[in-house]
Write a protein that binds this ligand. Structure first.
Ligand code: PAF
Length: 284
């Protein structure tokens, strides 16, 4: 596996890959890799001839009071995991390489980025859309792979790529990969490692409460009633607060008061012991 830390190194390494022929898959990450990320890499390997993974803890997607400084940094360990998975090229730029002095551009995707995590984390999706646009332009992959765990992020990236003409033939496909879960159902996340053992055990209430809300909604129960029961179950299990719990149209992410026969998603963000967990599941 080659590692590039500057744009020149990246361009040279990409030219080598492309001269070998075949397709290139991109897996963007912020490192602190877990089985969820490795599943993205495996999917990229299954669908593409060469896999490029990026590790960049993107400062512009963290708010002033968020965990940028505490975010786990383990480049050597991550790099070994990617190499073992057959990644051809690791793009690990420095902050200066990604945002040189004078960098002045930001991409805002209205609509899908406005509710849910966008409302709770102002500016977050501008940071995500901008860095992913840069990654697409830098790597020009045939396909890019993102986890459905960050469902709203995936919708924002799809909208950004569509609106800025980054889709066919530039990035032919943006592939959403289903969430990978721990044995007790908790969605894998780099932030799970912030949880104390007691909170880690209590956090399994999140997927459990979501599944029972989905069963209620699919069984015809009023959506608001099912969501209120979900919130009560989380607070009872030890969660400190719920940022949002909502049923939304899976495409537009507009909130739904009832199941309307279209693909829908239950989206939840809740805090436990100072850690904010998000999850989403298909409904209907
Ligand atoms: O999901 C992530 O890890 C990040 O938001 C991403 C897509 C790599 C952009 O920084």
């Amino acid at each position: 596996m080659q590692t590039a830390t500057t744009l020149d190194m990246l361009r040279n390494a990409l030219a080598d890959l492309r001269s070998a022929g075949g397709t290139v898959g991109l897996v963007p990450t912020m490192g602190a890799l877990h089985e969820g990320h490795l599943t993205l890499v495996r999917e990229a390997r299954a669908q593409c001839d060469h896999v490029v993974a990026s590790i960049f803890i993107n400062p512009t997607q963290f708010g002033p009071n968020e965990d940028l400084d505490a975010y786990p940094r383990q480049l050597a360990e991550d790099s070994a995991m990617l190499e073992a998975e057959g990644v051809a090229l690791l793009w690990a730029p420095t902050v200066e390489a990604m945002y040189p002095a004078g960098f002045a551009t930001s991409i805002t995707v209205s609509g899908v980025s406005e509710g849910f995590c966008g409302a709770a984390r102002p500016g977050h999706f501008d940071g995500v859309a901008t860095v992913v646009c840069k990654l697409f332009n830098q790597v020009m992959p045939d396909k890019a792979f993102f986890g459905e765990k960050d469902f709203q992020q995936l919708a924002v990236i799809r909208a950004m790529a569509r609106d800025l003409d980054l889709t066919r033939p530039h990035v032919r496909d943006i592939v959403g990969v289903p969430t990978v879960r721990e044995a007790d159902g908790l969605a894998m996340s780099s932030r799970n490692r912030y949880l104390s053992p007691a909170n880690r055990a209590a956090a399994a209430a999140l997927p459990r409460a979501m599944q029972s809300a989905i069963a209620q909604i699919e069984g015809g129960c009023d959506v608001a009633t099912a969501l209120a029961a979900l919130e009560a179950e989380l607070l009872e299990a030890g969660f400190a607060s719920i940022d949002y719990a909502a049923l939304a149209d899976a495409q537009s992410l507009t909130q739904l008061a009832r199941l309307e026969g279209k693909p829908s998603r239950l989206l939840v963000a809740a805090r436990i012991g100072g850690t904010r967990l998000i999850d989403n599941m298909a409904v209907g």
